[in-house]
Design a protein around this ligand. Sequence first.
Ligand code: NAP
Ligand code: ZN
Length: 349
Amino acid sequence: MSKVVSYAAPSAKEPLGPYKFERREVGPKDIQIEILFCGVCHSDLHTARNEWQNSVYPVVPGHEIVGRVISVGSEITTFKAGDLAGVGCLVDSCLTCPDCGEGLEQYCDHGVYTYNSPDKHTGKMTYGGYSNQIVVDEHFVLHIPENLDLAAVAPLLCAGITTYSPLRHWKIGKGSKVGIVGLGGLGHMGVKLAHAMGAYVVLFTTSPDKVADATRLGADEVVISKNPDEMHKHLKSFDFILNTVAAAHNLDVFTELLKRDGTMCLNGVPEHAHPSPNIGNLIFKRRQIAGSLIGGIKETQEMLDFCAEHNITSDIEIIAIKDINEAYERMLNGDVKYRFVIDMATLQE
Ligand code: NAP
Ligand code: ZN
């Protein structure tokens, strides 16, 4: 067992603070990683504050993890001490069901998330990346490209793969007109990735001050979604819309922008339900509303390699871990460009 220092939420109503616990022994198929940086996902905030009503305290959030391998189990041949390594939202799954067989571990009924998930090894809950080290089964550890800025790679492990996977699934490429809704952590990665895939990208935002950034990040057009005239210009024109908004909102203003047979995929998991969509908007044009969960391990590696090839990382603001509670408030206020990343060197032993 190794002693770990971390930051945890003690309850839904209290700020995160220092917390010590132990990680399991490094088993034959395990990799032990010193965490250098961890991205701050809106899911961390939803979970720390029990907005999904499933939090078991203390919660140690964090699933955008990058660092260096400290030690490897006796059967490991793919990593060695000193290698860069990454861990995203998943640390376990059954590896035998049809979903796992197709490399879609995120849809396995026995998947284990990186935090706030029953841990098969300890019988407790999993504790995430707001900590100085982690022990993970090698199947769930990613190789990190050496040519990218390490801190700015961290958000690829969740925000990157969560937007990459649906863009690939719905076969986005040259000739596609794609909408990305919300310019936050996920949304800004969606813009960069869809642009790199060759799509015509329209960013929908509620924040007029983000327009210039959206263009710089790769959007061909930017639409203020609260402006009905601007929205109207895009009626029935999109092949695909990726909606990353973290709060309940009216979906109809986006479904009516889809072409016949177009799809809007939901990434956001808001605390409160969206108002029921207008079914007429769907049936008269055979439009679809879909959902998508992160991405599989093989696809996450593919996404990292795609980002290395296209020189894509996240736009980040590095913070000390003591500032995490303030960062959550700023994220709620849309005051992050576009992902906070915790420098784990600021975690005191
Ligand atoms: P984020 O950085 O806070 O970004 C969310 C964006 O949504 C904001 O930047 C804002 O964009 C927009 N927004 C926020 N409140 C809004 C409101 N009331 N009305 C309209 N737009 C609003 O969050 P994130 O980390 O990208 O995560 C987004 C959501 O995806 C969260 O619910 C998270 O839990 C979920 N998530 C899902 C998966 C998955 O696998 N499906 C994975 C990771 C995260 P503008 O300022 O541009 O309007
Ligand atoms: Zn996440």
